[in-house]
Design a protein around this ligand. Sequence first.
Ligand SMILES: [Zn+2]
Length: 380
Amino acid sequence: MKTKLILTLVLIVSIALFAFTNNDDSQGIPISTTPQKQFIVVLDAGHGGTDPGNNGNGFLEKDIVLDVTLQVGKLLEAQPGFKVIYTRKTDDFIKLKERGPVANEADADIFVSIHCDAHHTQAYGVGTFVMGLDKSGKNLETAKKENEVIFLEENYEESYAGFDPNSPESLIGLTIIQEEYLDQSIMLAGLIQNNIVNNLKRKNRNVKQAPFWVLHSSYMPSVLVELGFLTNNTEGKYINSEKGRKEMASQITNGIVAYKKNLELATNDFQNPEITDDKIDEALKVSEKKIYKDIDFRVQIAALGNKLETKPENFKGLKGVNREQEGSLYKYYYGNTSDYNEIKILQVQAQEKGYSTCFVVAYKEGKKINLSKVLNTEEK
Ligand SMILES: [Zn+2]
């Protein structure tokens, strides 16, 4: 859905800009004039140290996932434009609640957590999860198991604010931050899942939503891959093998690389010629208005735990950024207009500045409302 929006955007702004770029200097501008922004991937090897994860068939989840994670990192770092950050590179115990913040502090583009599943039956197959609660509650079992590591931490009652890994109800509140990145998380999860399933002929347990604590606090598309079941005799042996780990790592990498390419494709038309602030101003001047009365559209560029001054230096040069507090979170918005075409052009500008996952939100009388509902009503 987001891709469709971006593509619509590409079209609108391309048309608006066309009138201003058909002069001589629009030709032959090499793509390399746009400096390549690094795509930051945070890789999270599940468990570690005193937390072994599951040990189905005697295989150690913490060792397998660390090996696969390090291999993914190595493969990504060999690609141009990638920067990799790890939550752990050694056999250390890292608290669940410390993993998401690593990604937030790095201002990462994506967060990928890697695990192996376990079951008391011979269940098998690969599944990739995004944060959320599915209505059936069927996917809770895996999430509960992965969340249980919290019990290993001292004072977990205090540090996890009453969160009980065994109670689905207490998980509901955790899904809020990630909701905003759901489309992109699903896209990333789908690309990883399809690469593994199709290229390695693994059983497809699909992309699913479940409330994993480790996914809930990151402000970027975030997924958790369950490579398969160590408890299954055949699958466990495969995942534990050198071949299995290597193949899994290479397909996770393929999924991540494909995700980055998809994002670039969606915005590629803007990179040559480069979209300067002047061109955005020109596009704004010529764009047709599409006014929704009583609605304020804004581009949400960031949601952070810390309070930043809204000066341009803090926001990659964007002027007039607004900050609003929502719960424990500060949200930062660019633009404020009832003209939907204008906000889409401003979104392109924010993307050009590096906020590749920014999105449009709608407000009515100071309250955030559902954007798709607004757009489905007649413009006024
Ligand atoms: Zn695990």
